[in-house]
Design a protein around this ligand. Structure first.
Ligand code: MN
Length: 431
């Protein structure tokens, strides 16, 4: 699906907002979060919530957000919600206020432009969203109240600002293209059927496992307390003929590069390749970006690559690294450990979500290796058309076992393989 790869590329080119200089980056979990909940109440709508000062400012958006800057979406201000509500996905019983199924349609953190309290009071909030589906700059603008009407409803408009994350036409209708929960992958009908968590307005929610917190490894199912691993074998895909087409698979472009396990230990960084060499000294920019991540310990699996103008990846030559250093980037594909939590037993989907948040304000030489979910055959076809080496398809709920297989499949494009050989000889990670 062209839109999917287009999205992938747009994310890689995404220009983050500049962060104030200084080494005291906030911890992942301390950033103010935003959440969009799809709510199938009497009328389907999307609840858009921004964390500020211990509460969630809230708006109900009947049509949901659009990525088209010309599509201004009505957003009716509703009451502030408690922070705990941000993770709620489940069913509000019939008869209760807002009865119906709720899913967490998008989550991430938001960066306001200027003082958000002032913006709210003055009726214009501008901000950047770092979510899975909603990215880039947005604005909420309050409409003037109609004279002669005395309801207390505040009508606002949610507007995508023009930037690399904006889209038009069908590609802008992300609520249709991506209806699923970012926490569980379920659709709203699935949430209604499962009834695994039921919200009660008297007692707060009850029943079912809590949904993971944004950027909090301790709330992810399968994560357990553990030391930063000393040794770890990287996981490698088995070769397959076709990309699986069903749901529950994450598809990534196959990277040609130098596979590195990056160990971050309180500002000290080691980057180990297959031969046990430490690439950190050869790649000082990447090493210092890793050292500055908002965490104390981490183990990140990734590829050091060089992208050519067509977006094709190649393995960098470490001997030439000093002269080519500014072109080499680390594409991070997995997160095995974070801040005293061993994540190898957690689902890939949860590991990658944590990785994405960890890297969301990292400098450009550290990239999150994004994926698309589902549509494997379309993604594969499009990857091959673009001359990429192939795709790697991974089971969304797979643990990280190390070694070959484990729910990872590599599906090479014939064209891409030929092109890759022509251009640079054997890739470093060729199985
Ligand atoms: Mn609602």
């Amino acid at each position: 699906m062209p839109a999917d790869l287009e999205k992938y590329r747009a994310k890689r080119n995404f220009r983050r907002t500049p962060e104030p200089a200084g080494g005291s980056a906030p911890r992942v979990s301390d950033r103010p979060q935003f959440v969009v909940q799809k709510h199938d109440a009497r009328r389907l709508h999307y609840d858009f919530r921004l964390e500020h000062d211990g509460v969630l400012w809230s708006w109900a958006i009947p049509k949901g957000p659009s990525l088209d800057p010309r599509e201004k979406r009505l957003a009716v201000r509703t009451e502030d919600h408690p922070l705990e509500y941000a993770t709620f996905e489940g069913v509000i019983p019939e008869g209760e206020y807002g009865g119906g199924a709720v899913l967490v349609w998008d989550r991430g953190h938001w960066v306001p432009k200027g003082d958000p309290s002032e913006g709210l009071a003055q009726g214009k909030l501008e901000f950047t969203l770092h979510g899975e589906k909603l990215r880039g700059r947005w604005a909420l603008v309050r409409l003037a109240r109609r004279t002669g009407r005395r309801d207390d409803k505040e009508n606002w408009l949610l507007i995508k600002q023009r930037d690399a994350a904006a889209r038009s036409g069908n590609a802008a209708e992300i609520v249709d293209a991506r209806p699923e929960s970012v926490l569980t992958g379920r659709r709203i009908e699935g949430v209604a059927e499962d009834r695994d968590r039921v919200w009660s307005s008297d007692t707060g929610e009850s029943g079912g496992p809590p949904a993971p917190e944004v950027g909090r490894p301790d709330t992810i199912p399968g994560a357990r307390r553990g030391a930063l691993p000393r040794r770890q074998t990287v996981q490698r895909p088995e070769t397959a003929d076709e990309a699986p087409d069903g749901p529950g698979w994450l598809h990534e472009p196959e990277l040609r590069g130098l596979r590195l396990l990056c160990r971050v230990d309180r500002g000290k960084v080691a980057m180990r390749g297959a031969e046990g060499q430490d690439a950190a000294r050869r790649l000082p920019d990447i090493a210092s970006a890793l050292a500055a991540l908002p965490c104390s310990t981490a183990l990140i699996d990734g590829f050091a690559v060089v992208f050519d103008k067509q977006g094709h990846s190649e393995a960098p030559s470490l001997e030439e690294a000093e002269t080519a250093a500014e072109r080499i980037v680390l594409v991070a594909i997995d997160l095995l450990h974070l801040d005293g939590w061993d994540l190898r037993g957690a689902a890939l989907r949860a590991r990658k979500e944590l990785l994405r948040l960890l890297l969301s304000e990292a400098p450009p030489q550290l990239r999150y290796g994004d994926h698309v979910e589902g549509h494997g055959a379309d993604f594969f076809r499009e990857a091959c058309r673009l001359g990429l080496a192939g795709v790697v398809s991974k089971q969304a709920d797979a643990k990280y076992r190390g070694g070959r297989g484990g729910g990872w499949l590599r599906v090479p494009c014939r064209q891409g393989r030929r092109a890759a050989r022509r251009s640079r000889g054997l890739a470093a990670d060729e199985p």
